[in-house]
Design a protein around this ligand. Structure first.
Ligand code: SAM
Ligand code: DTB
Ligand code: SF4
Length: 333
């Protein structure tokens, strides 16, 4: 059974675990057909959103997330970097725009942020500056207060990324320094401030398929639903407790993407971390199953991503073009 979070989000059409299992467990091509039909109802054909990531504050994080290169608890060999200046971030954002990126996502290895601190003021200034470039702006800074969320929105943030990562039941196997409920509280603070939410998870951490579906069931309770749902495949980081995890089976990835597309017809479903391990053909199947966004640029936060040229070639070969910024901002905004 799905455990209901303490403060459930109040969306009426709640999708149950049982309903999701039924969708997920269809013969693969029936599932893909269903997802494709949903996709075609809501999306202009053949556009993929290109999002570029930048780590604006790297490493030294207090949290113990077992998958993360940036936790101070594990010896991952990562070099810590302090918060980048507005000028440094702007330079990277301009490069991203020049290579065709349509969304710029800034990540910081913090447990959370609080209004009124010097570091948060710098981040706000950076957001205001980068937003002049006309790309969509996403930030992922950890836990938020209501006031910090309001200030982010006023500065020009399009979406706040804060992932649930897995089911409530499996989460304590992965993280002990904060709770699933803490994650939900931050997402609610972002939503109360009127920010769109980018929220998804990681597969390949040793969880079951039911854990993945339970995560989708919790996301389906958000009101409004997430604007984007990133599906990351674990990038195993040497030195972390998950360093030896075997790679995810691509067909399981395709099934989850298709199930996410059926559950969230108007969301960007993002084929996120781990694409270096997925062949061009595997990625093509993910797009056919409903993925319509990728991280673009040769680096994620701290690990590698396919080269931009290879991605552009893949998009060309499939007949895709880049989605324009703000071309589909959901109606509720
Ligand atoms: N500190 C913030 C937080 O925890 O929300 C923001 C940064 S954190 C790196 C953002 C997300 O990146 C995580 O929630 C997780 O989904 C994803 N991520 C981090 N390390 C990963 C890895 N090794 N493989 C796949 N996804 C990863
Ligand atoms: C998300 O869901 N995936 C991105 C973004 N949101 C911040 C991060 C992926 C990180 C992969 C591991 C790394 O590069 O450190
Ligand atoms: Fe990594 Fe974010 Fe966890 Fe810190 S809170 S260890 S940056 S995932």
């Amino acid at each position: 059974m799905l455990t209901t979070p303490q403060k459930p989000f109040a969306r009426k059409e709640v999708t149950t675990l049982e309903a999701l299992q039924k969708i997920y467990n269809q013969p693969l091509f029936d599932l893909i057909d269903q997802a494709r039909r949903v996709y075609l109802q809501h999306w202009k054909n053949n556009e993929i959103q290109l999002c570029t990531l930048l780590s604006i504050k790297t490493g030294g994080c207090s949290e113990d997330c077992s998958y993360c290169a940036q936790s101070a608890r594990y010896d991952t060999g990562l070099e810590k970097e302090k918060l980048l200046t507005t000028a440094e971030v702007m330079e990277a954002a301009q490069r991203a725009k020049a290579t065709g990126s349509t969304r710029f996502c800034m990540g910081a290895a913090w447990k959370g942020v609080r209004e009124g601190t010097q570091q948060f003021e710098t981040v706000l200034q950076t957001i205001r500056t980068v937003s002049t470039l006309g790309m969509e702006i996403c930030v992922t800074l950890g836990e938020l207060t209501d006031e910090a969320a309001r200030q982010l929105r006023a500065a020009g943030v399009t979406a706040y990324n804060h992932n649930l990562d897995t089911s409530a039941e499996f989460y304590p196997n992965i993280v002990t320094t904060h709770t699933y409920q803490n994650r939900l509280d931050t997402i609610q603070a972002a939503q109360r401030a009127g920010l769109s939410v980018c929220c998804g998870g990681i597969i390949g951490m040793g969880e079951t398929v039911d854990d993945r579906l339970k995560m989708l069931a919790v996301l389906a309770q958000f009101d409004p639903p997430p604007e984007s749902v990133p599906i990351n495949c674990l990038v195993p980081i040497p030195g972390t407790p998950l360093e030896e995890q075997p790679p995810v089976d691509v067909l399981e990835l395709v099934r989850l993407i298709a199930t996410a597309r059926v559950t969230f017809p108007t969301a960007k479903v993002r084929l996120s971390a781990g694409r270096q391990q997925v062949s061009r053909e595997g990625q093509a199947l993910c797009f056919y199953a409903g993925a319509n966004s990728i991280f673009y640029g040769n680096k994620l936060l701290t690990t590698g991503n396919p080269e931009s040229d290879a991605d552009l070639q893949l998009l060309t070969d499939l007949g895709f073009t880049a989605q324009k910024p703000y071309s589909d901002v959901p109606k509720h905004l």
